[in-house]
Write a protein that binds this ligand. Structure first.
Ligand SMILES: [Zn+2]
Length: 274
């Protein structure tokens, strides 16, 4: 059984964070599993509702469980950008050890109320990530960048009893257009006001130095999705180009697995100072 993200965070050093990787298919799950076995370090494996609608809720945790058999204490199975109690319950039943509820598009009051409603349906030991202050770009829905207010964050964490908080500090989903401006001092302020692990979404395209600064300021979970999808696509294209007459997906997708694994190991090196 996968552990929750607090268990993984407990094992990190003071300037370390747990990387969270969004998987889309067997190839991305394989790449992440190989990286975990190679490094012996913990990761959060996560999926968004769109992925779950594509393959079915039960498929992804079962696949990861089989791939990481014997490494249960090194991974958390997490629902990324969940939309409410119903999906959260379905995920827990299917083997997820952690869920996010993303109420960042709602008013403060509604966000508190719906986050609490999700918290209420979670069995003991299942962790809950909430979000306050929208992350820019596109994940499930389009939203503008809003910065998390540190004072509101205090009130929010107290009212919802969430286990971690995703923050808006200039970060955005997808690749950045122009140079990203991450407000590291705002992370520090929110961290000092809330005293729970903070989560950085939209880390694809942020340079190593910025990521390290964010970790030092209090980020304990960093989400990587876009870069993994690009790695898969680049690897697959290369695999197809170099095996022109091949019709066996296992042969040309091996390049995709290798490319994702390279990206995953690089992100793990930043998060764990490897
Ligand atoms: Zn996100």
């Amino acid at each position: 059984m996968a552990v929750n993200f607090i268990e993984l965070i407990k094992k990190t050093g003071c300037d370390e964070a747990v990387p969270a990787f969004n998987i889309d298919n067997l190839e991305s799950a394989l790449a992440v599993a190989e990286a975990v076995k190679e490094t012996g370090k913990g990761v959060i494996v996560q999926t968004i509702p769109r992925t779950l609608r594509y393959g079915g809720v039960a498929v992804y945790p079962a696949m990861v469980k089989a791939l990481l058999d014997g490494y249960d204490d090194l991974y958390c199975m997490h629902l990324d950008h969940g939309d409410g109690e119903s999906l959260a319950s379905e995920c827990v039943k299917a083997g997820f050890s952690s869920v996010m509820f993303d109420g960042s598009a709602l008013s403060f009051e509604e966000n508190v109320q719906k986050t609490r409603a999700v918290k209420a349906v979670l069995p003991k030991g299942i962790t809950l990530e909430a979000e306050l202050g929208a992350v820019g770009g596109r994940e499930e829905t389009v939203s503008a960048v809003r910065y998390t207010d540190p004072f509101q964050a205090t009130e929010f964490v107290k009212a919802t009893e969430c286990d971690s908080l995703a923050v808006g500090v200039g970060n955005a989903h997808g690749f950045y257009k122009g140079t990203p401006d991450i407000k590291v001092d705002l992370i520090e302020k929110i961290r000092s006001k809330t005293n729970i692990p903070l989560v950085l979404h939209g880390a694809s395209g942020l340079c190593d130095e910025v990521l390290r600064d964010c970790i030092k300021a209090g980020i304990k979970k960093i989400n990587f999705a876009t870069e993994l999808r690009k790695a898969f696509t680049d690897g697959m294209k290369r695999g197809l180009a170099s095996n022109e007459n091949c019709i066996d997906p296992k042969i040309y997708l091996a390049e995709a697995v290798a490319e994702i694994k390279k990206t995953v190991l690089a992100k793990m090196a930043i998060c764990y100072k490897l």
